[in-house]
Design a protein around this ligand. Structure first.
Ligand code: NAD
Ligand code: IPM
Ligand code: MN
Length: 351
């Protein structure tokens, strides 16, 4: 049966990098069917909301979704629940993609592009498993109470249920079993109730379902420090929504550029996955053809592996990106001269 990949290019550099990922997909999987829909600011401008019901339905009916990026200064003033970023949060929640895999892998050719010394990142291969559909991003109640002068306040709720923690921790354990068998679970159990509950729940799950996995707990601030001090000590890092967001941007710099980092967001078995670069819409370089398309292309690689049942093609694509970098292909963020299209061209040549 023909598989469908839904493209959600979004805003800023989103459409630029998604177009290149589509070219690679057309070359690798000629039988793949593409659909395209709007999300983020582009959807708000044309459809009056950052994610329409129709687009969410399309996403759920596809085999995988490849998203570019959302947001930008153009929509800085719009009402909060219409912000482009809300479209992305609604999509993640609507697809129930609770397990966000963010690999921080340093390609051998990019060891010198990292802001860390060679010996710290040479051979680096970390998988961050970030919970994506709950925590402080979604917890209720939330809001802003105005008109109270200095006593006005803004607030949200950091809430995790045992079920939400267990299902993402299970994914982290499973992934660790296929790697070096080590999971660092991170939270702020020293100050947060939800963090304390997270630690307790992950520990209990490890007792019953943690065979073959060594579990350590580390406070999120210490984890950030250790990521830049001795990053190779980590195999799988398990984090909630907020800390996973912060730690994955920090991990990006270990790999050379945020333009290199893909992600896969997975739901339950058989449901479509959502694939997107870790980077945003990069308003500072949007429209100039300068964006690095690798994160988008590697997100396609993850889609081939995790949703489209083609790990063989994923391996080929991963190797082609490695060879292109080996041959000296570099976009500007990696210290080179290549534009978005030329960078994708270099990868296609290696395919
Ligand atoms: P950003 O990731 O867009 O940009 C941070 C820096 O990295 C910028 O200097 C940018 O030029 C550079 N950069 C990012 N991607 C790059 C690429 N592929 N190639 C070369 N350089 C790249 O983060 P930001 O500036 O904090 O956010 C901009 C907007 O994007 C905001 O509206 C934010 O909410 C949104 N955002 C969206 C997503 C997403 O859609 N998944 C993720 C992060 C941020
Ligand atoms: C990311 C982004 C998003 C997040 C924003 C744009 C909603 O920063 O995917 O890392 O915070 O999850
Ligand atoms: Mn982020």
């Amino acid at each position: 049966m023909t598989q469908t990949l839904l493209l959600l290019p979004g805003d800023g550099i989103g459409p630029e990098v998604t177009e290149q990922a589509q070219r690679v997909a057309e070359c690798l999987v000629p039988e793949l069917k593409f659909e395209t829909a709007l999300i983020g600011g582009a959807a708000l401008d044309q459809e009056g909301q950052p994610l329409s019901v129709e687009t969410l339905v399309k996403a759920k009916q596809s085999d995988a979704v490849l998203l570019g990026a959302v947001g930008g200064p153009k929509w800085a003033g719009v009402e909060r629940n219409l912000r482009p970023e809300m479209g992305l949060l609604q999509l993640r929640k609507g697809m129930d993609v609770f397990a966000n895999l963010r690999p921080a892998y340093c390609f051998p050719a990019l060891v010198e592009a990292s802001s860390l010394k060679r010996d710290r990142v040479d051979g680096l291969d970390i998988m961050i498993v970030r919970e994506l559909t709950s925590g402080v991003y979604f917890g209720e109640p939330r809001g802003v109470e105005r008109g109270l002068g200095d006593k006005s306040f803004g607030f949200e709720t950091s809430r995790y249920t045992a079920g939400e923690i267990k299902r993402v921790a299970r994914v982290a354990f499973d992934i660790a079993r296929g790697r070096r068998g080590q999971v660092h679970s991170t939270e702020k159990s020293n100050v947060m109730e939800s963090g304390h509950f997270w630690r307790e729940t992950v520990s209990a799950l490890h007792e019953t379902e943690g065979e073959g996995v060594t579990l350590s707990h580390i406070l999120a601030d210490a984890c950030a420090m250790e990521l830049v001090r001795e990053p190779k000590q980590f195999d799988v890092i398990l984090a909630g929504n907020l800390f996973g967001d912060l730690l994955s941007d920090a991990a990006a710099m270990l790999t050379g550029s945020i333009g290199m980092l893909p992600s896969a967001s997975l739901s339950v078995e058989g449901a479509p996955g959502l694939y997107e670069p870790v980077h945003g819409s990069a308003p500072d370089i949007a429209g100039q053809g300068l964006a690095n398309p690798c994160a988008a292309i590697l997100s396609l690689e993850m889609a081939l592996r995790w949703s489209l049942g083609r790990p063989d093609l994923a391996d080929q694509l991963f190797a082609a990106v490695g060879r292109a970098l080996e041959a000296g292909a570099r976009s500007r963020d990696l210290g080179g001269e290549l534009g978005t299209e030329e960078m994708a061209e270099a990868i296609l040549d290696c395919l």
